[in-house]
Ligand binder design. Sequence first.
Ligand SMILES: [Zn+2]
Length: 259
Amino acid sequence: MRLFSILILIFFSACSTVSITERKQLIILGDDVIYPQAFKAYENFKKKNKLIKEGTDYDNIQEVTENLKKAIRTFYKTHNKPDPTSNFRWEVILIDNKDMKNAWCMPGGKMAVYSGILELANNNNAIAAIMGHEIAHAVARHSSERASQGVLLDFGTMALEQLVLGRSLSGGNRRLYEYFANFGLMLPFSRSHETEADYLGLVFMYIAGYEMEESIKMWERMSKDGSNSQPPEFLSTHPSNRTRIENIKKWIPEVKSNF
Ligand SMILES: [Zn+2]
């Protein structure tokens, strides 16, 4: 009975909606729980990797991030909707690693681009396609949603009580930290999260003034590269497939007329 009341309480307090797609999602772990662990892992990640802090590539990713950031802020303001990025602490770093073709955005807007992926994302429209998609995962709170599902599955009644009653959950925080310490390399997002990020990513790149068509070309380059013996890391968490490219083709005119 007790567990049942707790679950009811969770469902009522934790149900939120992804803006733009209007999908309902269950978020038990709020930004106040998620962000500190993600930021801690990000700081640690910066110490362990060789960063590029100047040059054309660096300037490009900073510029694209700035444009996407501004576009998102303006979009929510003009539509009079709460801005899911208002508590972001935006940051993007360029990792000096030609062998690594990857990019990610942690909750709260902490991003990384590996120099290797810039061979495939070789112009600002393509960078905007990748970063728009990654930022979309953070805007739609996909990691928080997945961690919340993990809490439901793994932690059991006592942990749920602790969370609902707001008690500290040291074991839980450690697990969250470990999860973010491997961000972008370990678990892929679910198919539905990927599809949602593809759509939101297109919207964001479009309102920031980039060419959505480049997104199709970028995924095609990615899958071609993936047929080599060493497929890009990005593909291990973002399987490219016909459906994804078909969806994007279908959405481009829709985004152009709706946004
Ligand atoms: Zn993704």
